[in-house]
Design a protein around this ligand. Sequence first.
Ligand code: ADP
Ligand code: TZD
Ligand code: MG
Length: 579
Amino acid sequence: MSSQTLPADDAPQTDGFRLVIDALKLNGIDTVFGLPGIPITDLTRKMQAQGLRVISFRHEQHAGNAAAAAGFLTQKPGICLTVSAPGFLNGLTALANATVNCFPMILISGSSEREVVDLQQGDYEEMDQLAIAKPLCKAAFRVLHAQDIGVGVARAIRAALSGRPGGVYLDLPAKLFSQSMDAEAGRKSLIEVVDPAPRQIPAPDAVERALALLEGAKRPLILLGKGAAYAQADADIRALVEKTGIPYLPMSMAKGLLPDNHALSASAARSHVLAEADVVMLIGARLNWLLSHGKGKTWGADKGTSNKNQQFIQIDIAPTEIDSNVAIAAPLIGDIGSCVSALLAGIDAKWAKPPAEWTGGIAERKDKNLSKMAATLELDPSPMSFQSALAVIRDQVKARPDAIVVNEGANTLDFARSIVDMYEPRKRLDVGTWGIMGIGMGFAVAAAVTTGKPVIAIEGDSAFGFSGMEVETICRYNLPVCVIVFNNNGIYRGTDVNLGGGADVAPTVFVKNARYDKLMEAFGGVGVHATTREELRAALTEAVASGKPTLINAVIDEAAGTESGRITSLNPQAAAKKK
Ligand code: ADP
Ligand code: TZD
Ligand code: MG
């Protein structure tokens, strides 16, 4: 234990440690995800002493991912705390990813002595962290004096939450923590941030423009993105869909905003509605690669062009997002809650629902595709296919719609996204805008810690490997997480061969028949080796009911996957084709 103790509540002097903790607590932060070491070891102890929950990880990237997920789920910035240089860099990927995903988080890193770092004299873990973080996040701040801690924390919180949410870096040099100051002056220096994410009310003429376009549509479509999930305007978004009668498509993390079995969900007719819609209203979704940039065949147009018969309404808090890929006829700039309620105010009983030709056509395609899918899900091949294993998880999520699903991998991701229906908002966390591997265990820990609900992490075997050691963290905090590793012996599949013919296996292939379940057992959790779907069903049902940390090694046909899952076409093709 440290010899130092925190200044007591009635002590005449306070210090940097105490002020950092008080500033966070004053702003409603109750949990910190991190990894101790010089110069923040004592800070983590003192945080715990002061009633903050400190979740200590095995690698900073996963602490950072946990902070990002906590930010998305709670609309409070998730806090990740790391040591200097290498710890900071390990957390930085998560900070950049949070920023790309528009999740609010603050990476707080201790740093080495400024005087030494700036003269490059070779300090312990020397690095100009502020300069490195700056281009990778929304904002970056450094606090040099104890009396500025309150301002530094307040600015970080505001920067993370206001406007488009994102990642913020806060640099706390080692010397700051032991600086002392008058306790009363210290208390007065702290800032409780008032209205950290101010509502941004859309302009009335922008609302009218959007309503006019929507009302004139013959084949309207609403597209919900993870910004809509983040905004927590669930009831109004549902009312907008239901009152207008407009079919909607959820992006992966917007699934469950309305239940996936909702009559107006067009998910099972995705390619039809994207290509045929005449007016598309985007709510918290960017027209990036995940939506083919609003162009080409997906949208019923020629390659590289937009569909001349299609117009867009876009609701977003970031004005510069508009026209980023195709022309937006009706931008609606503001926070989603305010924008959607303004639209609702303009929709009365006289609102004409979309023509039956449009909705009927969608329903027909949905029925056809859903019954095709149902037939596939009934099959029970041996070894299990992605679909047969996911059918089991689909049933479990239906039975426990409050469970949170975490999902990463390639085939494991793509199949799970379309097979596992979600019923409640913000219950699905996945690889997000970058399609990044490694979020799995960090997101799972955050979901369990912030909600207390069961977590089901559906993981490709490669994807799991990026954060696998955090099963110890899951066991240590006894979190209700069930990890299901879709073990197909490799990246995409386990059947590739070494093109050079040597003894090494192909770069995408792993040790055959690995037993990931033993990893969980090593730390006292429950490990299950499941080769049939009845074994999988029994283990998953038991895991969710018991809340015990569990890892199910689900053996999947190693030949079943496709290269890069559903984004095969993004692989560069050799210019010289084989004859
Ligand atoms: P998806 O990947 O699900 O399509 P994106 O991450 O591409 O979603 O888009 C999310 C969008 O939501 C971003 O452009 C972001 O600016 C926007 N956004 C996030 N929060 C809000 C909010 N509260 N109000 C309005 N827009 C928001
Ligand atoms: N590294 C990082 C950080 N992110 C990535 N997306 C990749 C590498 C590349 N990659 C993918 O895009 S998916 C994937 C990798 C390595 C793993 C796919 O294998 P899996 O899933 O076992 O997780 P399936 O079910 O076998 O397809
Ligand atoms: Mg795999």
